[in-house]
Ligand binder design. Structure first.
Ligand code: 6PG
Length: 241
């Protein structure tokens, strides 16, 4: 396991260059692997450009859509057609614009159940797909896990000072009270169960927090994520300073 300070860090000129670079990085990983390729998506605004780019040439024709499965690292507990939904953002930007089999899309459930029930249901789905009830470092759950960086150093819905940071038994948990609305998040062990984890950071408003992440400030939840595989940080020049 490695920490933020040993990450592969790449700085791109601007958000469009960042999207192109990460789309190429993802495509190369997907085509270099046989069989099912699993991607865990982050939400928020930063990854939208990447998701849109993947649905355009040359990625649209080259990506192995039929054998790639899509998951979410966290979700706002709102209906899937709500403008705040991370699922909706990915569907609009990518999943509705590429030939993705519906069976390959695994959204976090947010309708007609409680937040706790949603977390338990997603955990059951992940375990069923993984084929075991315990995560094995030799067999990562995800091939690629995309992560965002919040201005307070959170990632997924792992917020500073929240009890979910200590959760290592559950794969998925409900986070109530950290934000105005409930969140569902994968916990550290689940987010860390990835062959490659990649932070995407853009914008000058992230400059200070990105610097703290790069130098391994352990007060940041994002800096405490130690993937079992490789850790990447892709940033634009505005965020990297
Ligand atoms: C979410 C995300 C969250 C996000 C960061 C950065 O549900 O909002 O999963 O962890 O990645 O807050 O968000 P921005 O990309 O919008 O700055």
């Amino acid at each position: 396991m490695i920490g933020a300070s040993e990450a592969n860090t790449e700085v791109l000129a601007d958000p469009e260059a960042l999207s192109r670079r990460v789309a190429t990085w993802l495509l190369e990983l997907a085509v270099s692997k046989e069989g099912v390729f699993t991607v865990c998506l982050s939400g928020g605004s930063t990854p939208q450009g990447l998701y849109k780019r993947l649905a355009e040439a040359p990625y649209l024709d080259a990506f192995p859509w039929s054998r790639t499965h899509w998951f979410w690292g966290d979700e706002r507990f709102v209906p899937h057609d709500d403008v705040l939904s991370n699922y909706r953002m990915a569907r609009v930007a990518l999943l509705s614009r590429a030939p993705v089999p519906p069976a390959n899309i695994h959204p976090i459930p947010t309708e007609r159940l409680t937040a706790d029930a949603a977390a338990s249901q997603y955990e059951r789905e992940l375990k069923s797909i993984y084929g075991a009830k315990r995560l094995d470092p030799a067999h990562p759950l995800f091939d690629v896990n995309f992560l965002g960086l919040g201005p307070d150093g959170h990632t997924a819905s792992l917020f500073p000072g929240n009890a979910v940071l200590a959760e290592r038994a559950k794969w998925v948990a409900a986070v109530i009270g950290a934000k105005p609305g409930a969140r569902i998040t994968l916990t550290y062990p689940t987010l860390e169960s990835s062959r490659h984890a990649a932070f995407l950071v853009a914008g000058d408003e992230k400059r200070a927090i990105f610097r703290r992440l790069r130098y391994g400030d352990k007060s940041l939840p994002a800096a405490r994520l130690h993937p079992i595989g490789t850790l990447w940080m892709f940033a634009d020049a505005a965020a990297a300073g």
